[in-house]
Design a protein around this ligand. Sequence first.
Ligand code: PEP
Length: 245
Amino acid sequence: MRRKLVVGNWKMNGGRVANAELLAALKEAEPWDAAVAVCAPFPYLADTALSLQGSRMQWGAQDCSAHESGAYTGEVSAGMLAEFGCHFVIVGHSERRALHGESDQLVADKAKIALAHKLTPIVCVGETLAEREAGQTDAVVKRQLSAVIHTLGHCISQVVVAYEPVWAIGTGKTATPEQAQAVHAVLRAQLHAATEKSAEMLILYGGSVKADNAKQLFAQGDIDGGLIGGASLKAADFAAICKAA
Ligand code: PEP
């Protein structure tokens, strides 16, 4: 039995006061059966760690460099994230792939360096609307995951995978539970071929998850929780999603 995981992706939102209020309200709403984490912008990691003292919630970041250290202005290394107590790091979010040109291989390299620093990478995969309409969904997500499998080898069992259809992110258009489950099953089968631990691995769904659709999504056999964007910014909404998991 896999324990559900719900992760909030704050993206480039929040501020010191708003974050403290949000986390205080979430602490009030704990505990949940699911494991819960928030991925904060880099400058707020130290505050987040402080705010979450005494909580079961974990925290993480939204990206990391594929490099260990050096002349990479503006980048943040996995080692730095580990130093700030991060448990998770999101890699390959569709906004990074689309807006920053991140390739499948770069995403895989980020996952690898994250693992080397004992962080759990949350590897995002997902198709665009055009790709879905062209019948390419399975091929796209398999190609994206395949790069990570080849780069990590048997360590693939240590990552969390997040299926996030690009057309559902921040749009209010959620994949139906059946649509999401179908892709999760494809990903689980691909993981099964790569590791004997595939049945223990978590595959999250992300894309306009809200309090009112979370339960149905999380009830699907291969959906092990959610990666939550917009709804993770409001304590009541995020707490309700955590409760649904
Ligand atoms: C995300 O950005 O990972 C996400 C799932 O966003 P939203 O929940 O707002 O669609």
